[in-house]
Design a protein around this ligand. Structure first.
Ligand SMILES: Cc1ncc(COP(=O)(O)O)c(C=O)c1O
Length: 388
């Protein structure tokens, strides 16, 4: 059996609050009981608050990928063109989904971790060719945060529907679905929302819903056909397929925690922890993946010193210090590691993770002053006097 005190500091799944865990340790309810139906309705209202939207919320049993697929399969018809704006692993994933549903991909691809060139985005969008366009809020492969607010300004001048994947952003980084003109926005339960994996959350606004209703061909999906789910989201007493009752109630508890903290405070907390962790990395002399100014606050992606093996470092961190971080993704495997600091993360977690990293690096022969990383992180934490 694993060590129950391990710190899970990967970019999702993340540590889950005992409040959420307790909500799951209850007898399973009937999916049509008043208690569950009321809980589901409350969760959906809290979801709208989190997305800062009046759009229709959907909460389905699935992972984040279902939201990506539902966006494409419901909004797009075969042969229609989608602009995929990409600067990482998850941005590129959209291409596969569009192709799988018979769409035509036009990609605007930047190197992994490079900031998007908004002039090029504007030029592409002004062609007026697209049914929709996709953007990653945070691409978890590189730790880059894209300026989805500025892209939202560009979205105003096009008929193309604006789809944002905020699986690694929402709940940690600012996102205002309505103010930023986002038509379809999606996330998953297991990252900055601080719930276990298993729930796909997304919102679809009236403009995007009109596109669904005006289709001339049927939606080529069954479970993810949103016209089947919409009546349930409008009134959770109905039935299309059995919701994951325990997970929905866990999600409600996680969303209550977010609501109690308040979005502004939560964004600020993520900023402070991210600044602290990144200051520690800098003090350790580790380069970081995206350029400063484009870095997400939900995770950090340091490059590993050339003479240190990333798997040795991660292994030591886990076995000796009980801290779990993730390896690099795709072509960044072996060159970077990924540290998630989102959701229910605390001051202690930041300091403990930095300490585990620097001690593991030292043990592997990397020369640094003991405490250099922790000291730099603490300076940031102290200067912000966060409470947690
Ligand atoms: C940015 C981003 N988008 C989409 C996904 C896919 O989500 P899931 O693994 O929950 O299907 C992930 C998963 O890590 C992600 O980080």
């Amino acid at each position: 059996m694993g060590n129950e005190r391990e710190l899970l500091m990967i970019p999702g799944p993340t540590m889950v609050s005992p409040r959420v865990l307790r909500s799951m340790a209850k007898p399973v309810l009937s999916h049509v009981s008043g208690e569950f139906v009321d809980g589901f309705a409350e969760a959906l209202e809290l979801q709208k608050k989190l997305f800062m939207t009046d759009a229709t919320p959907f909460m389905l049993s699935a992972s984040g990928t279902l939201g990506m697929e539902a966006a494409i399969s419901n909004l797009m018809e075969r042969g229609e063109k989608i602009l995929c704006i990409e600067n990482g692993f998850f941005g590129e994933k959209w291409e596969e989904i569009v192709t799988a549903h018979g769409g035509v991909v036009d990609r605007l691809r930047f190197d992994w971790g490079d900031a998007l060139d908004l002039k090029l985005v504007e030029e592409k969008l002004s062609s007026g060719d697209y049914k929709a366009f996709t953007v990653e809020h945070v691409d978890t492969s590189t730790g880059i945060a894209n300026p989805i607010d500025k892209i939202g300004e560009l979205a105003k001048h096009t008929d193309a529907l604006y789809i944002v994947d905020s699986v690694c952003g929402l709940g940690g980084m600012p996102l205002q679905m309505d103010n930023w003109n986002i038509d379809f926005c999606l996330t998953g339960s297991q990252k900055a929302l601080g719930a276990p994996p298993g729930i796909s959350l997304f919102c679809i606004n009236d403009r995007a819903w009109e596109a669904v209703e005006k289709r001339s061909t049927p939606i080529d999906d069954y479970y993810a056909n949103l016209t089947r789910w919409r009546p349930i989201m409008d009134n959770p007493r109905g039935y299309f397929a059995t919701p994951a009752v325990g997970m929905v109630l866990a999600m409600r508890e996680a969303l209550r925690i977010i609501d109690e903290e308040g979005l502004e405070s939560r964004w600020r907390r993520h900023q402070v922890y991210s600044d602290a962790f990144k200051a520690g990395l800098e003090a350790l002399g580790l380069e970081q993946f995206p350029e400063e100014g484009s870095r997400a606050t939900t995770l950090s992606v340091p490059k590993i010193p050339e003479d240190v093996s990333d798997s040795d470092m991660r292994g030591l961190m886990r076995i000796k210090y009980g801290v779990i971080i993730a390896g690099g993704l795709g072509k960044l495997g072996g060159k970077t590691v990924r540290v998630g600091h989102m959701g229910n993360v605390t001051n202690n977690d930041i300091v403990a993770t930095m300490s585990a990293m620097e001690m593991s690096l030292m043990e592997l022969g990397y020369e640094i002053e003991p405490g250099a990383g922790v000291g730099a992180a603490e300076k940031v934490l102290i200067s912000h006097r966060t409470e947690s």
